[in-house]
Write a protein that binds this ligand. Structure first.
Ligand code: FAD
Length: 846
């Protein structure tokens, strides 16, 4: 910018006189002057140009003459110069100085410092003298300086505005802080000035850190670092700091300028990021899943600890690795479609097994999640969850479910599961049998929709109570539409209800039947006593039931006998052998019938017959003994009497036997059932069957060959008609004939028989002889007949021929002789025939 200086003409006055006084000298002076000198006329036209002026401005006199001031002076300076020249014109003799830019002959501008003096009125000069020198360099330096100062102040301003600035001496004593410092440290300026930075020391950095800082700056080097400081109010702030040492001429720092920027937020963010990184790392490293991140080139950018452990590698190894390098070719081939898809932004989820070596396999669920930013896939996350344990557990659960289902299908009860809305979720096959409805048709349906007839029944109440009060309930109910008694065991759970349903129709029937039986037992005339199964040793099994008949028989009431043992009924005359037999049977849980003497409550003896049987439960376990007892005193007495009678009969029979044995006939007796009751010695002999084999046996079992025989028919007749029978019979197996007499009685049949085989044989021979005789007679009759008829014919012919022989000629006689011979031969044949017949008769006779 052109400048105008205030006039200082008092020192130039003697010089001017000197110049004027010495023209030559003046001229030389001008011509050799360092400054340029130009003379202008009153119209401001150049009238003279000193050589130095020409040297400085490039214009010679001629060329400059054609240039006006407007053309020479920089447009920006023209106004100033014109003003100065006005002033010069108006103030003759008063030098006016100004600086402006003037165009060099070559076209560029020069900074000229010009001093104009109006000497138009001066004789010998008559011009405005312009003395100028080139201050372009100085001006440029000034401009540069100004520019630098401007820039510096701009920087300072910018620094003050943007940075936190403190200036200390070489000892660190603060002698300047800017507003930002005050603002961030919350100290007033005066509180800081004269202090060192310990005032804001937060204690965060260790001594070595500070020592390093000091060592750096004390050596004249810039220290850069991040510091955590403490503000006046105790809060902390972070500053990114550069401490610049200012060095003296000896290279020693004489002050330090600390320029800081507030990085608290960044630091907090970094801390947050670090914390979240730590958090993320802790999570990813502790996650059971294997996590990796792959860029679009399938290079690994992240892998968590789980994955590194599984592959036995380190982060350094795996980062940058291609996915192909992590798996074998086959695995990669399987994964490739998923990789391609996820890189197109499509999330992938699939199951695969992972193999390590030959023997380690895990089952995984793998997810590829695309990392999409600005609609571009940047890579993808691979999340691999090892669900081997889950799968094993699933398999176990499935197995358990199968087992449970199997169990539920095989239990004898029906089973249904209902959800909290009482809709069927499961029904086993027995339920189908009970309700006649396919389980799968019931699934999802509400129980009351399926069985509306049950609404309001005890079962309906039980189910609602179990569901609402979450408690186990067991009930029995009758379902009329199916004529079904059922027992329900209802178990509540979080999911709803589990109900076991048992068809107890039969049990109910049995109970009914049992009640009937109980009443029968109670009211039967036989005494009934039920005991526990043990102890068989002292004091014996406890009695748990006796019926009315027992009370009548023994005199003991139920109250008196319950919890006692049957031994209470025993006494001196009780048969020890029988008791022993009973004990053996009970030990083996077998039935046993015993007859012995027992004692009533009043001590009276009585004969008792009882059969004890074990009572077994459904599993075959012996739970009780039941005894059906009878007072058989009367029968026993009768039996004893009968025994006596039998003994007497036996005695008499003995005598009878002697008789029966002594008779020559065979004898046996059978009862009404054809059981042989007696068999004497002769019978043994004749029928070749010893007594031991036949007595007490059925006659027809022993002699089955005789069934249907004459004897069989006659014995039955005798038994049926109660009339004796006498007959003869041939018994083929023994080739014997018997003469038999069968006598029926009230007990059966007594049979006497004797062997008549010899007699029968003689009779037969006689019959044969008679027959032969008859045959002989017949033959003889035949002979007589032949004599009378057959012989007569040839004989009469012979007689006739003999008559002819007496009377006839020779020829006739020859002919007659021929006939005679013929007739004689015929007669010979007849006689021979008779002889044969006679011989035959002879044979017959013999
Ligand atoms: P000090 O005893 O002060 O210093 C620890 C070690 O540093 C000493 O053992 C010694 O080896 C070295 N040391 C200390 N003073 C000097 C010294 N004058 N000449 C050479 N070595 C020395 N501190 C901050 O906590 N926050 C800041 O923002 C901060 N800005 C600073 C800016 C400037 C321009 C300077 C010069 C220092 C700055 N300090 C700053 C450092 C501060 O002056 C303390 O040194 C620092 O706070 C540690 O204090 P102290 O009492 O724990 O340890």
């Amino acid at each position: 910018m052109a400048q105008r200086k205030s006039p200082g003409g008092h020192r130039e006055e003697p010089m001017k006189k000197h110049i004027v006084g010495n023209d030559i000298h003046f001229r030389k002076l001008i011509e050799n002057s360092y400054s340029g000198i130009t003379l202008l006329d009153g119209h401001l036209r150049t009238i003279y140009h000193s050589p130095s002026a020409e040297r400085i401005a490039g214009w010679d006199n001629a060329s400059q003459a054609s240039e006006t001031i407007d053309q020479l002076i920089h447009r920006s300076d023209q106004a100033l110069v014109k003003q100065v020249l006005q002033d010069v014109l108006s103030n003759p003799g008063l030098p006016q100085t100004c600086t402006f830019r003037s165009r060099h002959y070559q076209g560029h501008y020069l900074w000229l410092e010009c001093t104009y003096t109006n000497m138009l009125a001066e004789d010998g000069v008559n011009a405005i003298v312009c003395n100028f020198h080139d201050i372009t360099r100085q001006k440029e330096a000034e401009l540069l300086l100004q520019q630098t100062v401007n820039e510096l102040s701009a920087y300072k301003y910018a620094l003050d505005e943007s940075a936190i600035v403190a200036i200390t001496d070489q000892k660190g004593i603060i002698n300047h802080v800017n507003n930002n410092f005050c603002r961030i440290s919350k100290y007033e300026r005066h509180e800081l000035t004269g202090q060192d930075h310990r005032i804001i020391n937060s204690g965060y950095h260790d001594k070595a850190f500070i020592r390093n800082m000091w060592a750096t700056i004390a050596n004249g080097k810039v220290w850069k670092g991040e510091l955590r400081n403490k503000a006046k109010d105790g809060t902390y702030y972070w500053v990114d700091t550069a401490i610049v040492p200012f060095l003296d001429e000896r290279g020693k720092p004489y002050q330090y300028v600390a320029i800081r920027s507030d990085i608290t937020e960044r630091k907090l963010n970094e801390e947050k990021i670090a914390a979240s990184e730590r958090f993320f790392k802790a999570i990813t490293n502790n996650l059971p899943a294997m996590i990796t991140y792959w860029d679009t080139d399938q290079r690994c950018l992240f892998a968590n600890k789980k994955l590194l452990d599984w592959f036995g590698t380190s982060a350094d190894n795996i980062l940058g690795m291609h996915k192909k390098q992590l798996m074998d070719a086959a695995e990669y081939e399987n994964c490739e479609p998923h990789i391609r898809a996820v890189l197109q932004g499509k999330p992938q989820s699939f199951y695969r097994s992972f193999h390590k070596g030959d023997d380690e396999t895990i089952y995984t669920h793998t997810q590829y999640v695309p990392d999409v930013q600005n609609n571009l896939v940047q890579g993808f996350y691979s999340l691999i969850c090892d669900y081997t344990e889950v799968r094993k557990a699933e398999m176990k659960i499935a197995e358990k479910n199968r087992q449970i289902e199997n169990l539920l299908e095989n239990i004898t009860d029906g089973f249904i599961a209902l959800d909290n809305n009482l809709c069927f979720t499961y029904g086993n096959k027995h339920i189908e049998q009970i309700f006649g409805e396919q389980a799968q048709n019931m699934i999802g349906k509400n129980i009351w929709q399926l069985f509306p007839d049950m609404v309001g029944t005890p079962t309906w109440n039980a189910i609602h109570e179990a569901l609402e009060e979450k408690k186990y309930i067991c009930n029995e109910d009758y379902f009329t539409p199916l004529s079904l008694w059922h027992e329900n065991r209802i178990y509540p759970s979080n999911e709803g209800l589990s109900v076991f349903i048992r068809d107890i129709t039969q049990r109910r029937e049995e109970e009914k039947h049992l009640r009937l039986l109980e009443s029968v037992i109670t009211n039967t005339t036989d005494a009934v006593l039920i005991t526990e199964v043990s102890p068989l040793d002292e004091p014996g099994p406890g009695i748990i039931y006796v019926n009315n008949a027992f009370t009548r028989m023994t005199g003991y009431t139920s109250e008196e006998i319950l919890e006692k043992t049957p031994r209470i009924l025993q006494g001196p005359k009780t048969d020890k052998q029988e008791l022993k037999r009973l004990r053996n049977a009970l030990e083996k849980a077998e039935s046993c019938e015993v007859t012995t003497v027992n004692y009533k409550k009043n001590g009276e003896e009585f004969w008792i017959n009882f059969s004890v049987s074990p009572v077994k439960d459904a599993s075959g376990q012996n739970t009780h003994f039941i005894a059906i007892e009878k007072d058989i005193t009367q029968a026993k007495n009768e039996e004893l009497q009968k025994l006596k009678l039998a003994e007497e009969i036996a005695e008499s029979l003995k005598e009878k036997n002697t008789v029966l044995e002594s008779i020559g006939d065979a004898f046996f007796a059978v009862d009404k059932n054809w059981v042989v009751t007696y068999w004497n010695n002769m019978a043994e002999k004749i029928l070749k069957t010893p007594k031991e084999q036949i007595v007490d046996k059925n006659l027809w079992d022993a002699f089955s060959a005789a069934i249907g025989s004459e004897s069989y028919i006659r014995y039955h007749e005798a038994m049926r008609t109660n009339k004796s029978r006498h007959f003869e019979d041939y018994y083929l197996p023994l080739d014997q004939w018997f003469e038999v007499s069968a006598y029926p009685s009230e007990h059966g049949l007594s049979v006497y028989f004797k062997d008549i085989t010899e007699r029968k044989k003689s009779e037969l021979q006689l019959q044969i002889l008679n027959k032969n005789l008859q045959d002989q007679n017949e033959k003889l009759k035949e002979i007589s007949w032949m004599q009378s008829h057959v012989i007569r014919a040839p004989l009469s012919r012979i007689m006739g021929l003999l008559t002819l022989l007496q009377d006839g000629d020779a020829h006739e006689k020859d002919l007659t002789l021929t006939f005679l011979v013929q007739s004689a031969n015929e007669l010979d044949d007849v006689i021979r025939n008779i002889v044969d017949k006679i011989i035959e008769c002879e044979i017959y006779r013999r």
